[in-house]
Ligand binder design. Structure first.
Ligand SMILES: [Ca+2]
Length: 263
């Protein structure tokens, strides 16, 4: 009971902290890449979400691990992607791939373009990428996710806007985050998201994870920083967005290196 109360206290503190945070989303260095990705030596997984791949059972253009999706039930394309077609997340579907070979949990980059339908006051949690080993029962019987890598839009908005979160949860269930408020995302606009992490070395400054939007990490805020992240594995599969994420996703690239400095 004491632990449960402690956790509620921490949760409240986090929520108060988030609600009081001042946004800093000016993004003078924002760059918009004008071409689709190509695979290079650090590319583990590259999906263009174009017709050719969809007709080939949603097998990506590049996969260092298993290319056949672990699950692609009802996955479908949106006609208008950033380049060619994109993944339509507006309906019920599943799109999951094996992690082994396609994602290195120790360090890397997950990036994609996204165009959302979200309104300013959208209160739905929108999962954009998720790789999780599952949940473990904790001492107080509240289950805790562990060994996760995920990108989510949180389910509440305040005057600072919607909150995009890149979070890694270690083997003990401690959550590390880089997050950012977005008020400058009208529906129907394309943005480039890049989540970068390195368990052993800070990516930039003191944080082991960074969230870049349109090439900039300006406005990032952080949870726990400075500590080495004790992640010792990750989920068997990763999912690309989830049912009813309310967006089109295009050009998903996963790399085995932190691509922090690239436009
Ligand atoms: Ca595409």
């Amino acid at each position: 009971m004491r632990k449960l109360l402690e956790r509620l206290g921490i949760l409240t503190a986090v929520m108060v902290c988030l609600s009081m945070t001042t946004p800093a989303f000016a993004d003078a260095s924002s760059k918009d890449r004008q071409e689709a990705f190509t695979a290079d030596e650090h590319t583990l997984f590259l999906m263009h979400f174009d017709k050719a791949e969809a007709e080939n059972g949603f097998k990506p253009a590049t996969a260092k691990g298993e290319a056949v999706p672990a699950d692609s039930k009802k996955a479908r394309l949106a006609e208008e992607g950033k380049f060619g077609q994109g993944l339509d997340t507006r309906t019920e579907y599943t799109l999951a791939y094996k992690s082994q070979g396609n994602l290195d949990y120790r360090k890397g980059t997950i990036e994609f373009w996204i165009k959302t339908d979200w309104t300013e006051k959208d209160e739905i949690w929108r999962v954009l990428f998720n790789c999780s080993a599952g949940e473990r029962p904790a001492a107080d019987s509240v289950k805790k996710p562990y060994n996760t890598i995920g990108i989510t839009k949180s389910g509440y908005a305040n005057s600072a806007g919607q909150n995009l979160v890149f979070a890694v949860t270690d083997s003990a269930g401690n959550m590390y985050r880089a997050y950012r408020f977005i008020t400058d995302w009208p529906a129907g606009q394309w943005h480039h998201l890049r989540a970068v992490w390195d368990l052993d070395n800070p990516v930039s400054g003191k944080s082991h994870l960074e969230l870049y939007i349109d090439g900039s990490r300006e406005g990032n805020q952080y949870g726990i920083t400075g500590k080495k992240i004790a992640l010792d594995g990750t989920g068997e599969t990763f999912t690309v967005a989830r049912n009813y994420s309310g967006c089109t996703i295009d050009e998903l690239r996963i790399s085995d290196t932190p691509r922090a400095a690239e436009p």
